[in-house]
Design a binder for this molecule. Structure first.
Ligand code: HEC
Length: 156
Protein backbone atom coordinates (compact mmCIF):
# COMPACT_ATOMS: atom_id res chain seq x y z
CA UNK A 1 0.00 0.00 0.00
CA UNK A 2 1.21 3.46 -0.81
CA UNK A 3 -0.89 5.35 1.71
CA UNK A 4 1.46 4.67 4.59
CA UNK A 5 4.42 6.72 3.37
CA UNK A 6 1.98 9.46 2.36
CA UNK A 7 0.52 9.52 5.84
CA UNK A 8 4.01 9.68 7.27
CA UNK A 9 4.77 12.65 5.06
CA UNK A 10 1.61 14.44 6.11
CA UNK A 11 2.41 13.82 9.77
CA UNK A 12 5.95 15.04 9.26
CA UNK A 13 4.65 18.17 7.55
CA UNK A 14 2.23 18.75 10.41
CA UNK A 15 4.98 18.33 12.98
CA UNK A 16 7.10 20.80 11.05
CA UNK A 17 4.37 23.39 10.84
CA UNK A 18 3.67 23.04 14.55
CA UNK A 19 7.36 23.49 15.31
CA UNK A 20 7.49 26.41 12.88
CA UNK A 21 4.51 28.01 14.57
CA UNK A 22 6.12 27.65 17.96
CA UNK A 23 9.31 29.18 16.61
CA UNK A 24 7.50 32.14 15.10
CA UNK A 25 5.65 32.97 18.30
CA UNK A 26 8.74 32.78 20.53
CA UNK A 27 10.22 36.26 20.90
CA UNK A 28 13.78 36.45 19.66
CA UNK A 29 16.55 37.13 22.11
CA UNK A 30 18.60 40.27 21.35
CA UNK A 31 21.62 38.14 20.45
CA UNK A 32 19.47 36.17 17.99
CA UNK A 33 18.34 39.39 16.34
CA UNK A 34 21.97 40.46 15.89
CA UNK A 35 22.95 37.03 14.61
CA UNK A 36 20.07 36.80 12.14
CA UNK A 37 20.49 40.30 10.73
CA UNK A 38 24.23 39.78 10.21
CA UNK A 39 23.46 36.45 8.52
CA UNK A 40 20.86 38.18 6.32
CA UNK A 41 23.29 40.88 5.25
CA UNK A 42 26.07 38.38 4.60
CA UNK A 43 23.70 36.28 2.51
CA UNK A 44 22.72 39.35 0.48
CA UNK A 45 26.37 40.32 0.07
CA UNK A 46 27.10 36.84 -1.31
CA UNK A 47 24.34 37.28 -3.86
CA UNK A 48 25.48 40.82 -4.71
CA UNK A 49 28.90 39.30 -5.38
CA UNK A 50 27.38 36.80 -7.80
CA UNK A 51 25.70 39.59 -9.75
CA UNK A 52 28.88 41.66 -9.77
CA UNK A 53 30.88 38.65 -10.96
CA UNK A 54 28.41 38.04 -13.74
CA UNK A 55 28.49 41.69 -14.83
CA UNK A 56 32.28 41.71 -14.88
CA UNK A 57 32.83 38.27 -16.38
CA UNK A 58 30.69 35.88 -18.37
CA UNK A 59 27.16 37.14 -17.98
CA UNK A 60 24.91 34.38 -16.64
CA UNK A 61 21.29 35.47 -16.87
CA UNK A 62 19.90 32.67 -14.68
CA UNK A 63 22.43 33.14 -11.92
CA UNK A 64 21.80 36.89 -11.86
CA UNK A 65 18.03 36.42 -11.77
CA UNK A 66 18.27 33.90 -8.93
CA UNK A 67 20.66 36.09 -6.92
CA UNK A 68 18.46 39.17 -7.37
CA UNK A 69 15.35 37.21 -6.36
CA UNK A 70 17.14 35.98 -3.23
CA UNK A 71 18.12 39.54 -2.26
CA UNK A 72 14.56 40.79 -2.80
CA UNK A 73 13.17 37.95 -0.68
CA UNK A 74 15.47 38.83 2.20
CA UNK A 75 14.70 42.54 1.80
CA UNK A 76 10.96 41.76 1.94
CA UNK A 77 11.23 39.40 4.90
CA UNK A 78 10.71 42.03 7.58
CA UNK A 79 14.27 42.72 8.70
CA UNK A 80 12.96 45.54 10.89
CA UNK A 81 11.90 42.87 13.40
CA UNK A 82 15.61 42.24 14.06
CA UNK A 83 16.17 45.74 15.43
CA UNK A 84 14.75 45.89 18.91
CA UNK A 85 15.95 48.77 21.09
CA UNK A 86 19.06 47.75 22.98
CA UNK A 87 20.49 45.71 20.11
CA UNK A 88 23.04 48.45 19.49
CA UNK A 89 25.23 46.76 22.11
CA UNK A 90 27.11 43.44 22.09
CA UNK A 91 25.06 40.84 23.92
CA UNK A 92 25.21 37.09 24.57
CA UNK A 93 28.50 36.73 22.71
CA UNK A 94 27.16 38.47 19.57
CA UNK A 95 29.04 41.54 18.46
CA UNK A 96 27.18 44.34 16.72
CA UNK A 97 28.23 47.38 14.74
CA UNK A 98 24.82 49.06 14.88
CA UNK A 99 25.01 52.74 15.83
CA UNK A 100 22.65 54.06 18.50
CA UNK A 101 21.47 56.75 16.04
CA UNK A 102 19.37 54.01 14.46
CA UNK A 103 16.91 54.28 17.36
CA UNK A 104 16.99 58.07 17.54
CA UNK A 105 15.79 58.93 14.02
CA UNK A 106 13.04 56.49 13.00
CA UNK A 107 11.90 58.70 10.09
CA UNK A 108 15.32 58.65 8.46
CA UNK A 109 15.69 54.89 9.06
CA UNK A 110 12.34 54.35 7.41
CA UNK A 111 13.29 56.42 4.38
CA UNK A 112 16.55 54.51 3.93
CA UNK A 113 14.90 51.12 4.48
CA UNK A 114 12.01 51.85 2.09
CA UNK A 115 14.46 52.94 -0.60
CA UNK A 116 16.48 49.78 -0.10
CA UNK A 117 13.35 47.63 -0.50
CA UNK A 118 12.30 49.55 -3.60
CA UNK A 119 15.72 49.09 -5.20
CA UNK A 120 15.89 45.38 -4.26
CA UNK A 121 12.47 44.68 -5.79
CA UNK A 122 13.33 46.70 -8.88
CA UNK A 123 16.58 44.72 -9.17
CA UNK A 124 14.66 41.43 -9.14
CA UNK A 125 12.28 42.71 -11.81
CA UNK A 126 15.03 43.95 -14.10
CA UNK A 127 17.20 40.88 -13.51
CA UNK A 128 14.37 38.69 -14.76
CA UNK A 129 14.57 40.44 -18.15
CA UNK A 130 18.22 39.45 -18.63
CA UNK A 131 19.10 42.91 -19.98
CA UNK A 132 22.72 43.18 -18.82
CA UNK A 133 22.99 46.94 -19.34
CA UNK A 134 19.85 47.69 -17.32
CA UNK A 135 20.94 45.19 -14.68
CA UNK A 136 24.29 46.95 -14.35
CA UNK A 137 22.59 50.30 -13.83
CA UNK A 138 20.16 48.94 -11.25
CA UNK A 139 22.96 47.07 -9.48
CA UNK A 140 24.60 50.45 -8.91
CA UNK A 141 21.42 51.89 -7.41
CA UNK A 142 20.91 48.88 -5.15
CA UNK A 143 24.51 49.06 -3.95
CA UNK A 144 24.04 52.75 -3.17
CA UNK A 145 20.98 51.90 -1.07
CA UNK A 146 23.03 49.41 1.00
CA UNK A 147 25.77 52.00 1.42
CA UNK A 148 23.36 54.75 2.48
CA UNK A 149 22.39 52.69 5.50
CA UNK A 150 25.95 51.64 6.33
CA UNK A 151 27.28 55.19 6.12
CA UNK A 152 24.74 56.36 8.65
CA UNK A 153 24.07 53.41 10.95
CA UNK A 154 26.98 50.97 10.81
CA UNK A 155 30.15 51.53 12.81
CA UNK A 156 33.14 51.75 10.46
C1 HEC B 1 18.57 49.52 6.79
C2 HEC B 1 20.02 49.51 6.88
C3 HEC B 1 20.84 48.58 6.06
C4 HEC B 1 20.69 48.21 4.76
C5 HEC B 1 19.65 48.66 3.78
C6 HEC B 1 21.77 47.28 4.47
N1 HEC B 1 22.56 47.12 5.56
FE1 HEC B 1 24.19 45.95 5.68
N2 HEC B 1 24.31 46.35 7.67
C7 HEC B 1 23.52 47.24 8.35
C8 HEC B 1 23.87 47.24 9.76
C9 HEC B 1 23.23 48.08 10.84
C10 HEC B 1 24.91 46.32 9.89
C11 HEC B 1 25.60 45.92 11.20
C12 HEC B 1 24.76 44.80 11.82
C13 HEC B 1 25.26 44.41 13.19
O1 HEC B 1 26.49 44.36 13.37
O2 HEC B 1 24.42 44.17 14.07
C14 HEC B 1 25.15 45.76 8.56
C15 HEC B 1 26.11 44.81 8.29
C16 HEC B 1 26.40 44.32 7.04
C17 HEC B 1 27.43 43.35 6.75
C18 HEC B 1 28.39 42.72 7.78
C19 HEC B 1 27.67 41.60 8.51
C20 HEC B 1 28.50 41.02 9.67
O3 HEC B 1 28.67 39.79 9.71
O4 HEC B 1 28.98 41.80 10.49
C21 HEC B 1 27.40 43.13 5.40
C22 HEC B 1 28.29 42.19 4.62
C23 HEC B 1 26.34 43.95 4.85
N3 HEC B 1 25.76 44.67 5.88
C24 HEC B 1 25.98 43.98 3.52
C25 HEC B 1 24.84 44.64 3.04
C26 HEC B 1 24.39 44.59 1.68
C27 HEC B 1 25.10 43.85 0.55
C28 HEC B 1 23.27 45.34 1.60
C29 HEC B 1 22.40 45.62 0.41
C30 HEC B 1 22.07 44.55 -0.48
C31 HEC B 1 23.02 45.85 2.93
N4 HEC B 1 23.99 45.42 3.77
C32 HEC B 1 21.96 46.68 3.24
C33 HEC B 1 22.53 48.02 7.83
C34 HEC B 1 22.02 47.90 6.55
Amino acid sequence: MSCKPTLKLVLAALALSVAGGALASTPLKPEEMIKFRKASYNFMAWNMGKIKGSLEGNFNKDEVAKAAAAIATVANSGLGALYAPGTDRDVGGEKTRLKSEFFQEPEKVREIAVNFNTQANEMAKIAATGDAKAIGAQFGKLGESCKACHDRYRVK
